[in-house]
Design a protein around this ligand. Sequence first.
Ligand code: 6PG
Length: 249
Amino acid sequence: MSQRVICYPSEEAWVEGVTAQIVGRLRAALAARRRATLLLAGGSTPEPIYRRLAQAERVDWANVHFFWGDERCVPPDDPESNFGMARDTLLAPLGIAPDAPNVHRFPTEDEPHASAAMYDQNLRLFFKLAPGELPRFDLALLGMGEDGHTASLFPESPALEEGKRLAMANDVPSLETTRLTVTFPLLNAARCLFLLVRGTGKAPVVAELLADPAAPYPVARLRPTEGDLLWLLDAGAASRLPDGTCEEG
Ligand code: 6PG
């Protein structure tokens, strides 16, 4: 695993820099394999990046396959939907229909366990996986909560220990709800993980995790087997880091 910490001096620089990093990875995957597989993050952090990404040029979007790293158990038109957020900020501006063949959302119409199982099966079919084989996403975008969760892999939740399934329904004690999430085996098989973190509220956990990779947070379990892990931080998220930690973005 190779890890880099890139810190951007302003929100605008962070949006521009992260967008350029994403475009670079997508273009490299498209050039190498004539398709790119992109796992999208939910929450609010990625929104300005998706809006900017939709304006990027020279990306063969028809051959980019969009998946989601996690989802709330709500319909696509619910304001809480991670799919709905990406549809409105990225897919629609790109002219990509919600049911386009390169859009692979969690099917949240069913009960959580069935939805997760269907998504797991869809992943295995799309990547043509042999039993026990893991998908190698070209790029996985992830956010982080102030409790150090990522995707919907929350502290004290059963999905943290999952070693076989690619996706599952996860009971989240802190939210008193069930979320749908990919698992660490899937994430750690990716060619590249981008951890997008913005805001001073997350700075203490960022500093703790970068000082101690074994810190007791779910994000500490992001250890791509052969891939790269890039922390892409705005000034607020990087504000507790010691000098010398960051590459200047
Ligand atoms: C979700 C996300 C989750 C998110 C973090 C950060 O469904 O909420 O996938 O992992 O990335 O909770 O959320 P914000 O970006 O809103 O701070």
